[in-house]
Design a protein around this ligand. Structure first.
Ligand SMILES: CC(C)(COP(=O)(O)OP(=O)(O)OC[C@H]1O[C@@H](n2cnc3c(N)ncnc32)[C@H](O)[C@@H]1OP(=O)(O)O)[C@@H](O)C(=O)NCCC(=O)NCCS
Length: 271
C-alpha cells in the first residue's frame, strides 16, 4: 500500500455534497479491492448515523487508556458533520456489522479549521481537510485497516483539491500518531483542545516533502515528550515512532520501549 502518488497532487476545484461523496466512493474501490475476504467497505450515508454513533461509543468505552480518544476534544456534531456536506466517512463491514471507520472533515467558510491552529495563511484554509478520526474494533486490529483508511483519506483529499491534511491526536496514543507519521502527517505543535486536553497537531502538505535535518535528530522516550517544550521550535517535528525492540528482554519482563524521532526540518537550497 502506498500513497506516494499523492505528492504530485494538483489543485482541483473544490467538490461538495453529492459530488464529493461520489468522488470518495470512487477512491474507495482501491481500498475495497485490497480488503481481507471477510470484509467489505462503503461510504456511509446519513442513514448510518445511529450505527456510527453506537460504534464510536463502544470503542471509546473499551479504550485501555481513556486519554487515547476523548470525545470532549471534538468540534461540532461529529457524526452528522461526517455524513453530510462537512465530511465523509468510510465504513468497513463484516456482513452487516460495522467493524471500522475512517472520517475526513471538509471544513467550509466559517467552520473550525485546524489550518488556523497551525498558522497557515488564510488563503490556504479552503485547502484544508481534517483527518478527523478512525476506529477499528479490537478483534480486527493489526490487519492493516487503519493504514488503509488513512491512505483512502489522503486519496480523497487529493481528489477534492485539499492538499493540507491536519488533525489532533493524543501524544499517548502513539499507535495512532505513529501510523499518521508513516503517511507523512508529522506532529508540528502542541495544541490545547476541549477541556484543557493537550494534543499533538499533526499536518501534511501533500505538495511538499520535508526532509529531516539529521544533525538535529534525537530519540525522545515517549513518556519524556512533555519534558521538551522546545520540541517544535525552529521547524521541529515528530517524524516517526520507533520501537526500542533491542532493549526489550522478555525473559526479564522488560517492556518494549517506544521513542519519538524528533528534529528540525532541513531548510535552504542545499536540502
Ligand atoms: C489506533 C487504531 C485505529 C489502529 O487500527 P489498526 O487497524 O489495528 O491498525 P493497522 O492494522 O493498520 O496497523 C497495526 C499494525 O498492523 C500492521 N499490519 C498488519 N497487517 C497489515 C496490512 N495488511 N497492511 C498494513 N499494515 C498491516 C501494521 O504494520 C501496523 O504495525 P505498525 O503499528 O508497526 O505500523 C486502533 O487501535 C483503534 O481503533 N484504537 C482505538 C481508537 C483510536 O485510538 N483511534 C485513533 C484515534 S482517532
Amino acid at each position: 500500500m502506498t500513497d506516494t502518488d499523492v505528492v504530485d497532487a494538483a489543485p482541483s476545484p473544490l467538490l461538495w455534497g453529492a459530488a464529493a461523496r461520489e468522488a470518495a466512493g470512487v477512491r474507495l474501490k482501491g481500498l475495497a479491492a485490497d480488503l481481507p475476504d471477510d470484509l467489505t467497505a462503503r461510504v456511509l450515508t446519513p442513514d448510518d448515523a445511529d450505527r456510527l454513533h453506537a460504534f464510536r461509543l463502544s470503542v471509546v468505552a473499551a479504550l485501555t487508556d481513556p486519554d487515547h480518544y476523548r470525545m470532549a476534544g471534538e468540534v461540532g456534531n461529529f457524526v452528522a458533520d461526517h455524513l453530510g456536506d462537512k465530511g465523509l466517512t468510510a465504513g468497513i463491514f463484516r456482513d452487516d456489522r460495522l467493524i471500522a471507520y475512517g472520517a475526513i472533515g471538509l471544513p467550509g467558510p466559517g467552520d473550525a479549521n485546524r489550518g488556523r491552529d497551525l498558522g497557515l495563511p488564510e488563503d490556504q484554509w479552503p485547502l484544508v481537510a481534517h483527518m478527523s478520526s478512525a476506529m477499528v474494533e479490537a478483534p480486527d486490529r493489526g490487519r492493516g485497516l487503519h493504514h488503509r483508511l488513512i491512505a483512502w483519506r489522503l486519496e480523497v483529499a487529493r481528489t477534492l483539491g485539499r492538499p493540507h491534511l491536519l488533525t489532533t491526536v493524543s501524544p499517548r496514543n502513539h499507535v495512532s500518531w505513529g501510523h499518521l507519521a508513516q503517511h507523512g502527517l508529522h506532529a508540528r505543535r502542541w495544541l490545547r483542545v476541549g477541556q484543557g486536553l493537550v494534543r499533538f497537531l499533526v499536518h501534511r502538505d501533500v505538495r511538499v516533502e520535508p526532509v529531516l535535518d539529521t544533525s538535529t535528530a534525537r530519540l525522545v522516550p515517549l513518556d519524556r515528550l512533555s519534558d521538551h517544550p522546545d520540541l517544535f521550535a525552529h521547524g521541529g517535528r515528530v517524524w516517526a515512532r520507533l520501537s526500542g525492540d533491542d532493549a526489550a528482554d522478555p525473559t526479564r519482563g522488560t517492556a518494549q520501549r517506544w521513542f519519538a524521532l524528533c528534529g528540525r526540518e532541513r531548510s535552504g537550497p542545499d536540502r
